[in-house]
Design a protein around this ligand. Sequence first.
Ligand SMILES: O=C(Nc1ccc2c(c1)CNCC2)c1ccc(F)cc1
Length: 337
Amino acid sequence: MSRYPTLRSCGYELDRTIGTGGFGKVKLATHTLTGEKVAIKIMDKTKLGKDLPRVKLEISALKNLSHPNICKLYQVIETESHCYVVMEYCSGGELFDHIVEKSRLSEMESRMFFRQIISAVSYLHDNGYAHRDLKPENVLLDREQNLKIIDFGLCAKPQGGMDSLLLTSCGSPTYAAPELIQGVKYHGSEVDIWSMGVILYALLCGCLPFESDNIDELFKKILKGKYIEPGWLSSGSKRLLRRMLCVDPLKRIRISELINDPWISLGFGCPPSTTNHNVDRCKDIECLEVISQYCEIDKEIIWSRISKWKYDSETATYLLLLNKKKYGAPLVLKKKE
Ligand SMILES: O=C(Nc1ccc2c(c1)CNCC2)c1ccc(F)cc1
């Protein structure tokens, strides 16, 4: 009998563990009705303690966000003891492992991934959020090598909007901006730009710009902002890295300049897309028809329930059917036993 009977009764068949973190573990699972694979973050609420607000924050952020490069939330299941967060499965795993496998990426492949990060982060900032924990481990790949940002447990949506200052020092020091580790007030958008610079460096160089086993040494390196520029870097990529890994947040490149930087558009002829993406909130008659036939309920009634976006089993079934449609899988639901 599986250790999580709730999940089986909620329509998921659990598979192997694909990730573990401070909050709990992530297991691969199959959504029985659609046969789609999902990733389920399993958290023991009694053990979460001070981290419980982080989980709530991540869930509320994900409910408001819908973008092709942000990992999708399908369903939230809460019991007395556990919280289960059903997410989009990113079968390509961590971008970090992809870089390590190839030791470093070509300028073109780095640019292809980095444009997707820019698109996701500019969408985040336009919606008043700062991620604050951007790092290669939080950037996954789906089956078509599309990039997906995860882990919004440290994201901030400052009341006063993106121009108001934050103080909480958070995220991993290796990727954290100088002002964040100094504990001075900072803008969420500016620390995200710095972390994106660390990710771009990792893509192009296959290692990290600031590293040390000793935390004080690491802090000194970050505050100095000096890093090695390997010989293979083009002048365009060196210039961009210097603009992103700029110790003074006031002189650091802004997301609007980054989008229009010539290095970012090389070979693409246009800047990354920054249009608002709420495609998942659209009314898809075909998917509604499939659910309506399965439940034998009128599709307008189905839509009136789904369009409340409660992230319950109906939301999950609808979004997973949308997924199947997107990559041309047959729109069928498994017959009731
Ligand atoms: O899909 C996820 N992780 C994942 C998927 C595939 C693989 C891994 C992690 C790691 N090993 C290689 C294969 C995932 C998705 C959402 C999430 F919040 C956390 C993790």
